[in-house]
Design a protein. Structure first.
Lengths: 169, 376
């Protein structure tokens, strides 16, 4: 007799077998009844195999499940349970889990569509501001005060420009 | 008041019968957007959700596209009003169920609706009758661009628009069409079709989205992936699959007429008889009868103007609409009686179907997306 399949999550005998085809790749998963229920497979209103494929690696699993987003407090456990992230920063916080899942569920891993002009400008401003502030700290700590003064002025100018741009909108 | 304005004006969804379009009933695009630096609705505390609603509702309502439209907080709507909006595809079931600090703005012609605090802060939706991705995308894109002037969206240069669910990240776009596929259903080929298109990253659902059944042989067919392709590429890929499905449906129609026309004529003739004479009709039976009559219109068994009646039926036989027409909330038995009466009236003056062999009428008149006439 064939060996009964074991649950991919907890190793109990598996009774739920799921196959999903995404981008011509077959993904198979075997689950016991308890885990299937926990993962929401018995609930037809929606689940994604991609969420299930994100198994914690046996060792680091305990640590990463406890990981929580510094911005909104959403935990990795929460994300796995609901399949929803808490905020935009969660994409960075849970990158190790989200990135491979994205590859599984999408056609690629980087955005190719529409770009909102304003958000882009803001991002460029913020990048520039961040690097100036870093340089300033370095200049101060290495006592290059002339450089530091120049950078301080540049930061003030940049902030003014940002405010002006914000007002225009 | 809301209901009156919904029923008062002409709407895209219920007036689709004006153009001859045998397979594609409507085209829809929705864009998911979130505000920067604000937790997504499902995770945000009540106060943050309220802030989002208070920021977004006036912004959306002030758009020129929303002039003389409807703007409402979902909590202020009755159950019946919510149900009617769901049946008209103007809000989702999810929004109707999680009404706290949620809102919606609907354009006067009901082709645009923007939901606030659904799964994402904003869900922009444009829906038009027929097969018109180009004009639907242009409208959705314009609303999105106009909103971006007022609101900061959560966006990453690598991952695109950031959404609560990773399945929507990137373009945040779900493009879909409602397809009427009676011949594929009658000849038991739908399962095969669903399996084949799923492999291409295209999803097939019932008329009312996830989890709804396929009564009336109407299917919602949409892209499943949102990251790694531009909006244009997604629509192009979806369109080529739709094209194939349309061809399959047309082939299936021809085969049925060739092999066993009596079986089909019997179905259509009975549907006509039931609609003219029944006294109890469930919404699901009504959908299936409407589907058969629509098939009959495609085969020129009924006059073209009947198409408008059946396209309205698909929406108006839903429980919320029946109760609106009845003038009060009534239980399901009373609804079945009222629905039958309403349909008897609708079909009173529809002449008997003409049964003879149609050799040329299975021709597909669906305009190709490229040659679509831009009416707006």
């Amino acid at each position: 007799m064939a060996k009964p399949l074991k649950c991919d999550v907890c190793s109990e005998p598996a009774t739920v077998h799921l196959t999903q085809i995404i981008n011509n790749q077959i993904h198979k998963i075997d689950l016991c009844e308890n885990c299937a229920e926990q993962k929401g497979i018995t609930d037809p209103s929606g689940y994604s195999l991609a969420d299930l494929l994100v198994k914690p690696e046996s060792n680091q699993g305990a640590e990463t499940s406890a990981l929580s987003c510094p911005e909104c407090g959403c935990t990795q456990r929460e994300f796995k349970k609901s399949g929803r992230l808490g905020c935009a920063v969660c994409y960075e916080t849970f990158e190790t889990v989200v990135s491979p899942a994205l590859l599984n569920m999408h056609k690629g891993d980087s955005h190719k569509g529409k770009v909102p002009q304003r958000a882009l400008e803001r991002a460029t401003f913020m990048d520039r501001l961040g690097s100036l502030e870093n340089d300033l700290k370095e200049a101060i700590s290495s006592e290059r005060y002339e450089d530091a003064a120049r950078m301080r002025d540049e930061i003030i100018e940049l902030k003014k420009a940002m405010e002006a741009a914000a007002l225009e909108d | 008041m809301l209901i009156k304005s919904i029923f008062g004006g002409k709407s895209e969804v219920t007036e689709s019968g004006s153009k001859k379009c045998p397979v594609v009933l409507m085209t829809r695009i929705r864009l998911a957007r979130n505000l920067a630096d604000t937790p997504f609705p499902g995770w945000a505390k009540e106060t943050r959700r309220k802030e989002v609603l208070e920021t977004c509702l006036p912004s959306v309502a002030s758009l020129s596209q929303m002039k003389r439209g409807i703007s409402a907080e979902i909590e202020s709507l009755s159950d019946l009003e919510r149900q009617i909006l769901v049946e008209r595809h103007l809000i989702s079931r999810e929004l109707s169920g999680h009404a706290d600090a949620a809102g919606v703005v609907i354009s006067k012609d009901q082709s645009i609706s923007v939901m606030i605090n659904e799964e994402d802060h904003l869900r922009i939706q444009v829906i038009k009758s027929g097969y018109r991705f180009k004009s639907v995308w242009n409208a959705a894109d314009a609303i999105d661009t106009a909103l971006e002037e007022q609101l900061d969206f959560a966006f990453s240069s690598k991952l695109g628009y950031l959404t609560a669910c990773p399945t929507n990240v990137g373009t945040g776009m779900r493009a879909s069409t409602m397809m009427h596929l009676p011949a594929l259903v009658i000849s038991n080929q739908m399962e095969k079709v669903v399996r084949a298109v799923n492999q291409l990253g295209i999803a097939v659902r019932g008329l009312f989205g996830e989890g709804s059944d396929a009564s009336g042989s109407i299917f919602q067919i949409s892209n499943q992936t949102t990251l790694g392709e531009s909006e244009e590429e997604i629509v192009k890929r979806l369109s080529s699959v739709l094209r194939t499905i349309i061809d399959q449906e047309m082939n299936a129609r021809e085969k049925i007429l060739e092999k066993d026309p009596n079986k089909l004529y019997d179905k259509i003739g009975r549907a006509y008889g039931i609609l003219q004479n029944s006294h109890l009709l469930t919404s699901s039976e009504c959908m299936n009868l409407a589907s058969l009559v629509r098939f009959g219109v495609d085969l020129e068994m009924f006059p073209e103007k009947t198409r408008n009646i059946v396209d309205r039926m698909f929406i108006e036989c839903q429980p919320g609409h029946v109760q609106y027409h009845a003038g009060q909330e009534i239980d399901s038995n009373a609804r079945d009686a009222f629905r039958a009466e309403y349909m008897r009236k609708q079909f009173e003056n529809v002449s008997r179907p003409i049964f003879n062999l149609h050799e040329t009428s299975t021709e597909d008149d669906t305009p190709k997306p490229d040659s679509e006439p831009e009416t707006d």
